[in-house]
Design a binder for this molecule. Structure first.
Ligand SMILES: C[S@@+](CC[C@H](N)C(=O)[O-])C[C@H]1O[C@@H](n2cnc3c(N)ncnc32)[C@H](O)[C@@H]1O
Length: 116
């Protein structure tokens, strides 16, 4: 058997602000994977963003380890009166957001700065 061509290996990209913490990369392939996984979960859970019942409309929502922010964006769209904050080590969130969403880059293993 003759093998032609070369196999190029793309180096995985990890967030540089906290080297060594994350096991998963934050490159485009991983972002696609996270968004695809979110879509699969939405199908599995009958398009429910969360399980359980709320007695009132949410006012503030904190998405810890928001990744691409896709869940936070869907949650903000579903709950326009809520303020939704997505936090992650990696700055991989899209730049277009609903007015009631914001993303913060922070390490959730460090002291929390969020107030109730
Ligand atoms: C498996 S991904 C989940 C992303 C998103 N919640 C979703 O369902 O698509 C886990 C996320 O947690 C973030 N993460 C891990 N450790 C963290 C930490 N100490 N502080 C903030 N974010 C962290 C990672 O950067 C990654 O984006």
């Amino acid at each position: 058997m003759r093998i032609c061509g070369t196999v190029s290996q793309t180096p995985l990209k990890f967030p540089s602000n906290h080297p060594g913490i994350l096991l998963s990369p934050n490159d485009e392939a991983e972002r696609d994977h996270l968004n695809f996984y979110h879509a699969v979960q939405m199908e599995i859970w009958d398009k429910q963003l969360f399980l359980g019942s709320l007695t009132e409309k949410p006012h503030r929502v904190l998405d810890c380890g928001t990744g691409t922010g896709i869940w936070a964006l869907d949650m903000a769209h579903q709950s326009p009166s809520a303020e939704v904050i997505g936090v992650d080590l990696s700055s991989i969130q899209q730049t277009w957001v609903y007015p009631n969403v914001r993303f913060e880059i922070d390490d959730l293993d460090q002291e929390w700065i969020f107030t109730t």
